[in-house]
Every structure is written in C-alpha cells, then in structure tokens.
Design a protein around this ligand. Structure first.
Ligand SMILES: Cc1ncc(COP(=O)(O)O)c(C=O)c1O
Length: 453
C-alpha cells in the first residue's frame, strides 16, 4: 500500500544512518548562532566560526534568510544556561545535575525569522489584546503552510485562533459535542486524560496493547464504544506518545466508523509538522471527504517551532455552521490568545519551511542515534518505529522496574516522563524527549543504562 510506513526502517533492525562526526556537530553548533536585534536586524557570526578563532566579522541584514544559503540552515543547540532561562518548566523544574528529557519542548533556538519577528514586535510594543480576528493574516498564513506541507486546501476563514491546543480541544468538546462519553485512545497525552471530565463528559478508553507490534486504533473496538453510547472521538495524529503517523487508509477506516454512528471527531494535529524521514506523510483528517460536517482539527506551530509559551493555536472548522458556533462563544469561554503568539505563528507558517526541513533532518538523526544507543546500552528496551514527533515511547519492562522514570531520576539524574502518566497503571514504560543535542541524548541514555540495567 502506497501510504503504509516502510516497516523496519527505524526499528531495532534498522541499519544506522551515518552519524555526524563530533567535529561536524561542533561546527554545526557554532554556525548560525544569531542574535536578533530590535527592528528585526540580525547580528550573526560568520559561518564556521570556532570559539578559538579571532572575533568573528559581523554582518547586519534586515532579512535573516538573506544569508541562509551561505550559512547553511542549521538547528542551533541552546546551552544549558540558556535553556534554564528559556524553558522554565522543562529545564527550570529540575535540579542542576539532572538532564531533562521530559516535557515536550525542544532544546533548539528559534528559527531566525521567528526571532526577528518577535524582536521587532517587542521593540514596537506589541503587548495589547489581539484583534480577535478570525481568518485574517493568521488564516492566510496557515492556509499557505497547510497547502505546501500537507497538500491540504484550507479556507483561511476556517482558521479560528485559540489560546493553545488544550484550550482548543476543550472548547471543541464543550461547544460542539453532545454531552456524552468521549473516546480517548490510550496511552494518551496526560492533560487530555482529564479533558472529557473537565467538560462534564465521561472518558472511555480505547487501549492499545503494550505488546502489539504496531500501535493502532482497533476499528471493531471503536465501533463497539460508539454502539455503547460514546459520541466523540478525541483523535491525536500524529500520535503522542505512540509516535505514529496515521495512514490515509487508517483514517478513512476511522471516518467510516464515525459516520456510521453519527459521531464527532476532534483531531489534535499539533505534531503534524514533525513527520520524520522514512514515514508516510501526514494526512489531515479534514482533508478526507465527508469529514467537514462532523470534525474540527486543532493545530499549532508551537511544538515544531518551540513557541509553546506564546499561546496561539488554531481550530480549523471548515463547516460554516460549526464555525459560527465557535466564533460566537462567550468571551468567558474561549481563553484569549496572544498577539506575540500570532506574530510567531505567522512567521513560522510563512518563512520557516527550510528551517523546518532542517529540524526534521536533525530529529530523524536523533531518532536513529537513539535506536543505536538503546541497542548498545539498553538492549532489553523495546521501541516501536518512531515515525513522527520528538517523543520516543520506550518499553523498559525487560529491566523489571515498575517505574523506570523514578529509578532513572534517582540513580541516573535524568528526568523522563513516566509511562503511567499516559496510561494509568501501565508499568515499565517511559517517554523520552529526543529534541536535544546528540551529546545530551548520548548522555541521557548512558545515565538511564547506569540506573536501570
Ligand atoms: C498531542 C498533544 N496535544 C496537545 C499538547 C499541548 O499543546 P498546548 O501546549 O498547545 O496546549 C501536546 C504537548 O505536548 C501534545 O503532545
């Protein structure tokens, strides 16, 4: 089948891609370390500068992408010190000797156009309320991005801003779903385990067997849950923490079951830009025929572009009646979004395709490195192929610890996300965030092995 993933391309039987030499990694770190200046100017060192070289010649330009072809588009690793300031949750909530590999944030600097747009906006004082516009420049920007990245035609008017993806999912359930049970594929993103309840609805779990070779939605089980009274499916695709990209045919199967029962779908597609090498492309749920009348998607650039704290996600509502319902919600119900978030999102969606390509290449290399590191240091670990996201779901039951994340923290000084947060009662699993440097990832796995093995 054309859209099936190439199995075994990055499982444990995978043949490793050539790893960058430490020197190449070092060079890459120094290159392109940009400092955004007020007014959108960028002050950047010359390519290939090394700390031991004489002070770099400075160039100034208004457009950070002007120099990109000469510098090479690179993903810049922030230092530990920078990260303790930049990521107050991921890095700030752990002790200094702990390596954080938990919360879904990356350790990379912003894409230069985002840095420039934010510096310009701050310099010009953009801290007022947003203009509360639906569609508009943000809608145009997202529509262009969706067309280039996913081949999906989106009407800019269908793009409704909201504070973040969690708020968007909650709002969609609240406003669009009849009060009734919500199906949640499990293991699932922890804050969404309680989202049905927060909206006064019951959560019903569709659990994936931890021993299944492939994590997927069992269509017969889905059918039964709808037959038993569930009214909404909370879909996440690509999936965190499964690391899966759903194929078009899988999604069509889900759509057909949903339609048979007259049910609704809320499709959380926050990880859509993060499909890794060798995986099928992301298929937006709303790009399938026959979905507009029963589904909305919630999207954001915040995971791929590391702007989580800026608060601007988007609900896609192609059906005009659905759109009106969402647009007309009382202000007290839709958390407001931030104008800086809108600024960052527009820059991300319009000027960062090349940077995103570089990010996906870096994350694909990190994934391959993880596969090698696990084979070398934790041979009993089991990991399904990581097709998308930078969040690896690892089965460590072979090491006999109920809570390997707690053991890794206590004895290895590395913070992972415990598997039981994603599936209550599930022993022996962790989620590991690979969006860091190859050196840190190597140290994380080395420390895990010291603690667990
Ligand atoms: C599937 C999924 N949805 C939503 C979120 C959170 O998004 P936000 O911060 O926009 O609420 C995450 C964060 O990791 C996630 O993995």
């Amino acid at each position: 089948m054309a859209d099936e993933p190439r199995r075994g391309t990055h499982g444990r039987r995978h043949r490793p891609r050539a790893r960058p030499s430490p020197r190449a990694v070092h060079r890459r770190r120094d290159r392109g370390r940009d400092r955004a200046l007020p007014g959108g100017e960028v002050d950047r060192p010359v390519a290939g500068h090394d700390d031991r070289d004489p002070p770099p010649r400075r160039r100034r330009t208004r457009n950070p992408l002007d120099l990109a072809p000469r510098l090479g588009l690179v993903i810049v690793d922030r230092t530990d010190e920078e990260l303790r300031y930049a990521l107050p949750c991921k890095w700030g909530l752990v002790e200094e000797d702990v390596l954080p590999a938990w919360v879904a944030e990356s350790d990379y600097a912003w894409a230069p156009p985002i840095a420039a747009a934010l510096a310009d906006a701050v310099a010009r004082g953009l801290t007022g309320y947003p203009d509360f516009e639906v569609g508009g420049a943000l809608g145009e920007a997202y529509a262009g991005f969706a067309l280039r990245q996913f081949g999906h035609e989106v009407d800019p008017a269908a793009v409704i801003p909201t504070a973040d993806v969690t708020a968007g999912v909650r709002l969609a359930l609240d406003i669009l779903s009849e009060p009734g049970p919500v199906i949640m594929p499990i293991p699932g993103y922890p804050p969404q385990l309680s989202i049905a309840q927060v909206t006064g609805r019951q959560r019903v779990d569709l659990v994936v067997d931890p021993d299944a070779e492939r994590a997927e939605i069992d269509l017969d089980a889905l059918d039964r849950l709808f037959a038993d009274g569930a009214l909404t499916l909370l879909l996440t695709q690509p999936h965190n923490p499964w690391g899966r990209v759903f194929t078009r045919s899988e999604l069509e199967g889900i759509r057909d079951v949903v339609r048979r029962h007259g049910a609704r779908v809320v499709s959380d597609e926050i990880h859509a830009p993060l499909v890794l090498d060798g995986s099928p492309p992301h298929t937006p749920y709303l790009s399938l025929d026959g979905t507009a009348d029963h589904a909305v998607a919630v999207v954001a650039g915040s995971k791929a572009f590391n702007t989580q704290g800026l608060k601007c996600a988007q609900i896609l509502a192609p059906d005009p009646a659905t759109r009106d319902l969402l647009r007309d919600v009382p202000m007290a119900r839709n958390d407001s979004w931030s104008p800086l978030g809108v600024t960052a999102a527009i820059a991300a969606y319009t000027e960062c395709d090349d940077w995103l390509d570089a990010l996906r290449a870096r994350l694909s290399a990190q994934r391959d490195l993880l596969v090698d590191l696990l084979a070398e240091h934790l041979p009993e670990a089991r990991m399904r192929p990581l097709e998308a996201t930078y969040l690896a779901w690892i089965d460590l039951r072979g090491y006999g610890h109920d809570d390997p994340a707690a053991v890794a923290l206590e004895h290895g000084r590395v913070r992972l996300s415990p598997g039981h947060d994603y599936q209550p009662g599930l022993p022996g699993h962790v989620r590991l965030n690979i969006a860091t440097s190859p050196e840190r990832l190597t140290e994380i796995v080395r420390r895990m092995a010291k603690a667990l093995a």
